[in-house]
Design a protein around this ligand. Structure first.
Ligand code: ADP
Ligand code: MG
Length: 336
């Protein structure tokens, strides 16, 4: 039992997973998740998030390195690890022909709950994730958000101390996403459950996680609290759209005096300010002096995407992503 003294945290050292005829999907990662915290594992598609989760949940043996979950080595203490963890994985298979309540019944039986507790525990969890109304409907008719909430309820049946959620909100609408965040926060804050959650969404890591590990191509590019990561990058950036596209070159020259260029969305020009937001006045004055009218000027505080960009040279959420939060008005579109 001595291993348990380290609590329900996660400790990973030099973890590697190489696939036969495949990439080194996880390429030597180190990380620590404190008991009861929500750790956000943030990275683009193919970064190695699921492979990491599969090793931590004992579904896949590591090629090298060690990982301990609740003090138990995943390579040698599999059955004990599986008793203390819950997992909602990407490929979770729900049976469309069964109802939510029937899924809970199977899961509680699978985990060996005494017969008289099964119904009570199932109903309690269904209620907890807000599926009481839909509990007797077949899962085939559930929305994406309802399915993810059922996944979560199923993962909680045996009161796990450590919970793994692999992209639990990918493809969900903002409202379903928010309600899942509320529930995950409650598990961490009220029940002391350690949560290891993977995501492609900056905002999710930012809002939900107490600490974030940014993974790219199997390696951890940066780790820390969202606030610390962002303040490490420091300076805000500015995006400008000249109303007349013919002024683009000259606009770029003006901006270059105030900072270093950064990628910007669509027709915008972006710079990271060399000094800070005091320079905004100078920028506006310079455009005014040059008689260049602007369709928009946006100040962006550093985000986790800036952190990702600074560490990897690429954006985390591509232009085709559904983030949509940076959309600027078209230069031609506005009234003159
Ligand atoms: N079973 C497998 N065999 C070979 N390659 C794999 C296998 N599983 C994943 N990969 C590869 O490993 C890399 C990481 O995948 P994955 O961990 O699923 O990334 P993520 O979950 O971050 O999207 C990808 O290049 C993927 O194609
Ligand atoms: Mg994945």
């Amino acid at each position: 039992m001595t291993e348990r003294l380290s609590g329900n945290g996660i400790e990973v050292e030099g973890l590697v997973r190489e696939f036969k005829n495949g990439p080194r999907a996880v390429d030597g990662i180190d990380l620590t998740v404190e008991p009861g915290e929500i750790y956000g594992f943030l990275g683009p598609n193919g970064a190695g998030k699921s492979t990491t989760v599969h090793m931590l949940t004992t579904l896949l043996p590591p090629t090298a390195g060690t990982a301990r979950v609740a003090g138990l080595d995943v390579a040698t203490r599999g059955p004990e690890v599986r008793k203390v963890i819950g997992a909602a994985l990407q490929e979770a298979a729900l049976d469309p022909n069964l109802t939510g309540r029937e899924h809970m019944k199977l899961q509680t039986a699978l985990h060996g709950l005494p017969k008289d507790e099964r119904i009570r525990r199932g109903d309690e969890l269904i209620e907890r994730v807000g599926l009481s109304e839909a509990a007797d409907r077949r899962v085939g008719g559930y929305s994406g958000g309802m399915k993810r909430r059922l996944d979560l309820a199923l993962a909680l049946v045996h009161r796990p101390q450590v919970l793994f959620l692999d992209e639990p909100t990918t493809g969900l609408d903002p409202q379903s996403r928010a309600s899942l965040w509320t529930e995950v926060t409650r598990l961490s804050v009220e029940d002391g459950v350690t949560v290891f959650l993977t995501t492609q969404y900056l905002e999710e890591a930012d809002q939900l996680a107490s600490r974030v590990g940014i993974i790219d191509a199997g390696r951890i590019a940066a780790e820390g609290t969202p606030a610390a990561l962002k303040s490490e990058i420091g300076r805000p950036s500015v995006e400008v759209v000249p109303r007349d596209p013919a002024n683009r070159e000259q606009s770029k020259e003006i901006l270059d005096e105030f900072g270093t260029p950064v990628p910007a969305v669509r027709e915008a020009l972006g710079i990271r300010l060399s000094e800070g937001i005091d320079e905004l006045v100078g920028i506006v004055r310079s455009f005014d002096n040059a008689d260049i009218e602007l369709a928009s000027l946006v100040l962006n505080e550093p985000t986790l995407d800036d952190v990702f960009l600074a560490k990897t040279g690429r954006h985390l959420e591509g232009d085709e992503s559904d983030s949509g939060e940076m959309a600027l008005p078209s230069a031609q579109g506005g009234p003159a």
